[in-house]
Each structure stands twice: as C-alpha cells, then as structure tokens.
Design a protein around this ligand. Structure first.
Ligand code: PMP
Length: 407
C-alpha cells in the first residue's frame, strides 16, 4: 500500500467519532493502538464461520481454524524473522511473556547469588517478575542507570556485567520516554560473558524493523494490541535450543505428549508452552494486523511517525512552562512532558476536553519517575494514522493550558 494517510485513516472505524463535540485525536497509541477493519472482520468471521477448537479436531471447521491460527504463527515468524515458527509462543501479552521467561528459564537457570540486569526505564512488567524470581532464588537484580536525557549509561552497563550475570532483560524502546536502547551492542556485550538477553519489544515492534536473527536476542516479548491487533494476546520468541531446555510454564491440555498418573511427557515447542485452549480468534485476527503493517512497511511507518514527532517537538519546544521528559537522540514517537505548575492528570483532562486522548501518570514505570523526581508525565504517542493537523491541534491546546500557570 502506498502511504495515503486518508486511506489509512479510513481503515480505522474508531477514529471517526467526536469526543466532547470535537473530532477524536487519538494519541494514546503506546497504551494500545486502534484496530483496522480487517482485524474486526477477522474476529467476526471466525465466530460466524469457523468457531471450533484447534489442533485436535477431525472436522472441517476445526481444520480451518487450525490452519488460520497456525498461519498467524508463520506471519509472526516472518515479522520478526525467526528461524522457524516453532520459536514463536503465543501468550496473553508482553507481561505474560516475561513472566513465562522468569518462571521457566529463570527458575531453571538462575540461582543463588546470580545476577539479572535490567535498566532504570523498565516497565513494571519487566521489573516485578524478576524481583519475584530473585526473592525466591536469592539472586540479585542490578539496574543500569540512565542519563538526564533518558539514555542508558552504557559504560555503567558494561561495569555491571560479570560472570554471575545470567540474564539481561531490557526494554527495546521505552514506553514512558520513547528512548530506543542500543540493544545490538547490549546483546553483544552480554553474550561475551555468557549471559542471555530478553528484549521487551512491547513498544519497539510497532515502530522498528525487528530481525531477531540479526539482533541475536535470546528472547523477545511483545503484545498484539500495540500492533493494531487484539488485546489479550502476545508473543514470546525464544531461540529453539533455549526453549527446548526450559521446563513448561502452565500444565494442562495441549502441552503434553502423554499423561499417566506416574509421569507426563511434554509436547514439542511451541506447544509445550501453550497449555489449554488458546486465544484462537484473536490470534487469527492478529494475522490481519500483521498484514496491515507489512502492506505499509515499517520503514514508511517509522518515517511518518518520526515526522510527527519532530513536528510535535518543534511546535512545543518554545511554549513557556513546557518541560519535555526524555530527549534521547534515538526515539520512537513518544512525546512525554510536564507543564510547569500543573499536575499531569489535569493537563490530560483539559486535552480530553478538546477531544485529544493522551496518557497521564507514571506509565507503569515508577522507578523511572523517581529517577527524574517527578510523579508522572503527560504522554502523547503517535501511530501510523495520526496527522500533522492533529499535532497542531494538540500543540495549540498545550500552549493554552500552559498559559494558565505560566504567564
Ligand atoms: N513493556 C512495555 C515497554 C510496555 O509499554 C507495556 C505496555 N504498556 C508492557 C511491557 C506490558 O504489556 P501488556 O500490558 O500488553 O502485557
């Protein structure tokens, strides 16, 4: 598809509505993106025509549902360029993907006095599962500091690496700041001392081209709902040789080969990690979301979003009282800010009154907010369907709001 913004917007029914009498401007894309009609149609089509359980059925509907479900796994494989689709595990989302990693890889390979490295800008879902593991095992969590502009201090990361480091689990792109971390370098350094690397790709997969073979990450976690797909669905990619060594996560149907009361043998990957009836409809619909992204190409998407971000920076930078939070050189399309003298929530409410949807608060990154000595920020995050005139509308709103306290 060529980059025709009006045509792209036409694919997203939710965008065409008014909020408080103003056209909706949806700038909360880092929380979740809107869904194109093809995703909505796929959900409906599944329930209207194909609804049945997968993998075991001898009948036509089950066969159709299974083929469509597994076709999405193939699409994910292509999307992240994994070697094989067996390395793609469906989960409930990034959160479950990271917990899966902690409860299986972590429990087996991380022991007393071992170390796990994360960074200051992690989402709570890439902090708490590791803290829980460390508490259980007597392992240690080490944290990479960040600079004032929201970039990690790479030399400090290198100093933290030592033979006890078993895992580096780091966000690829920060949801709160937009910072893109130098993950290729991080992975190389971690591998030199024999540590594995998990990338939290919740925010990077929708903006950046991802090639897990080129990056050489050991795990990649992400969520479908931030990729124009349905909620309640995510992926954990893992290298085959590591997944095979990992014990299962949840026990139940699908994940077994044979069960007796004495002993159970487990299924092959990825099914070993997909116990129970999965989220069939949403997986199938996710395939449509991936098709949508691939039809445009990440390069075009990123170029458009970069354009929006630099326009937003340009229009807001001279507003009196406007304080940007996170000014790294390499960013995804996230504009996080505060307005001098105002609570982020109040700013969010005032923007909502203009029909503009932004996120306010700590963005599930409380330690990061502590690092900056703030309670939270206002976050505008842009997606493929956003426009420059929407940015102008927001900048006008911010300028008006800022004038209340910054005359
Ligand atoms: N990590 C990051 C960087 C995120 O932005 C999010 C979602 N805000 C998550 C993890 C968790 O994703 P989910 O809620 O879809 O599990």
């Amino acid at each position: 598809m060529s980059f025709d913004l009006e045509k792209i917007r036409g694919l997203f029914p939710v965008l065409h509505q008014e909020v408080h009498g103003r056209p909706l401007v949806y700038f909360d894309n880092a929380a979740t993106t809107q869904k194109p009609q093809s995703v909505l149609d796929a959900l409906r089509n599944y329930y209207e025509h194909d609804n049945s359980n997968i993998h075991r059925g001898a009948h036509t509907l089950a066969d159709r549902a299974t083929r469509h479900y597994e076709a999405t796994r193939e699409k994910v494989k292509d999307f992240i360029n994994s070697r094989e689709s067996a390395e793609v595990i469906f989960t409930k989302g990034t959160t479950e993907s990271i917990n899966l990693g902690a409860q299986t890889f972590g429990r087996k390979f991380i022991g007393k006095d071992d170390e796990i490295i994360i960074s200051t800008m992690e989402h709570h879902s890439n902090i708490v599962p590791w803290q829980m593991l460390c508490e259980e095992k007597g392992a240690k969590l080490r944290v990479i500091p960040i600079q004032e502009n929201g970039e990690i201090v790479f030399e400090e990361f290198e100093k933290l690496l030592n033979p006890k480091t078993k895992l580096v689990s780091i966000v690829h792109a920060s949801n709160a700041l937009g910072t893109i971390n130098p993950v290729k370098k991080i992975i190389q350094s971690a591998h030199e001392i024999g540590a594995k690397v998990l990338l939290d790709g919740a925010q990077s997969t929708s903006h950046l081209e991802i090639d897990v073979q080129e990056l050489d990450c050991d795990f990649l976690a992400f969520s479908a709902h931030k990729l124009y797909g349905p909620t309640g669905l995510g992926v954990l990619y893992g290298k085959r040789e590591i997944l095979e060594e990992m014990p299962p996560f949840l026990g139940g149907g699908e994940m077994i080969k044979e069960v007796s009361f004495e002993k159970t043998t487990y299924n092959e990957i990825p099914f070993k990690f997909e116990a129970g009836t999965p989220n069939i409809a949403d997986v199938i619909a996710f395939g449509q979301a991936l098709d949508f992204i691939q039809s445009l190409g990440k390069k075009q998407i990123k170029a458009h979003e970069d354009d929006l971000l630099s326009y937003a920076n340009q229009l807001t930078k001279d507003i009196k009282g406007f304080i940007p939070v996170g000014t790294a050189a390499d960013k995804v399309s996230v504009l996080s800010f505060n307005i001098q003298g105002m609570h982020p929530f109040d700013v969010g409410q005032m923007l909502d009154a203009r029909g503009i949807a932004v996120r306010t608060g700590h963005h599930c990154t409380q330690p990061l907010m502590h690092r900056f000595g703030i309670e939270g920020t206002v976050r505008a995050s842009f997606a493929v369907y956003n426009t420059k005139s929407e940015i102008e509308n927001m900048a006008e709103g911010i300028a008006k709001i800022a004038r209340i306290k910054n005359k």
